[in-house]
Design a protein around this ligand. Sequence first.
Ligand SMILES: Cc1cc2nc3c(=O)[nH]c(=O)nc-3n(C[C@H](O)[C@H](O)[C@H](O)COP(=O)(O)O)c2cc1C
Length: 353
Amino acid sequence: MEDKKIRGKRKDEHLLLAQHLPAGPGSSGLENISLINNSVPELELEEIDLSYIFLGKKLKYPLLINAITGGTEQAADINRALSTLAARQHIAMAVGSQTIAIEDPSLRYTFALVREANPDGVILANISAASGVKEAIEAVEMIQADGLQLHFNIPQELAMPEGERSFKGILERVKKISENCPVPIIAKEVGFGFSRESIERIYQTGVSIFDIGGQGGTNFVSIEDQRRGMFGSELDGWGIPTAVSLIEALSMEFPVKIIASGGIRSALDAAKALALGADMVGMAGSLLKILLNHGPGELEKEIKALFYRLKAVFLMTGARTPEEIKEKPLIIMNETAQWIESRGIDKYKWSCR
Ligand SMILES: Cc1cc2nc3c(=O)[nH]c(=O)nc-3n(C[C@H](O)[C@H](O)[C@H](O)COP(=O)(O)O)c2cc1C
């Protein structure tokens, strides 16, 4: 078992590096998606309704504050601020990996406070996809979670000197967790993106919610490089861009829910992901940067501004709801178009609808 002190130190180092490192070098591919201006939408802003039912609870906006942290004092402060914000704005939130608190129960409060601050909201637990059933249930109970994120982070593990080296048997573990967990499972990438082949294999284990976690935002290979990682900077561009991973996932046409995340920084990014077909969007690094650099007040202001702009973009496309924006035409260009074409996916499905 990994030393608890090393785990805690790593958590705080991740926060510091995520605060200061720029996103990239890869991009999300969302810059290659264009929504189409509608000059006669016959709508008023008041009518735009972005509410979304997730895991049986109503959210005001289809936004998830994605998994970031827990397990240290600084992490507790961050979780307190983010969960207070999630409760006030009626959006969902995931905690960071809870393994640290499963190993050391004195750290549970750094996660449990998220439920205390937001008794009625949607809160997701988080552990590695390689975990056992017992840990999965403990993580859920620790925060009375509505769902459990199982993270898949192979490039990050391989980049870390202290990381895992064996990834055999993960699908079997995920299957066991999904059969025994009291709440729905969300398979989650952490910035390297799921391919459709990976989605298919994970879907077969019984998982029906995917957070595609594509490339273009927080980059855990770059972060580990800064912590004397094993990859140098050679593999900083590894991963599937968010727009591509999202399209790959959608192309399977499985009856699944899809959360688009990885490099979502703006209302326009979020609207593009929802228009492509995502059910929700997740944001981590960009929110964390605002929180750490400017404080919780500024973060709440920015989130409210983002919601205003998101509604504005919906109106400008002529869509009243997230369901309607999925029917609006959009354009897929450049590398994103080339990528999906070379994978045999028809880009005109989106532009001719
Ligand atoms: C400091 C930091 C710590 C993170 N820790 C976790 C974690 O413990 N578990 C997890 O599933 N994802 C973790 N993530 C990944 C995010 O949930 C997200 O998948 C990734 O950052 C891509 O989204 P972004 O580009 O919006 O940051 C972390 C992200 C950051 C910035």
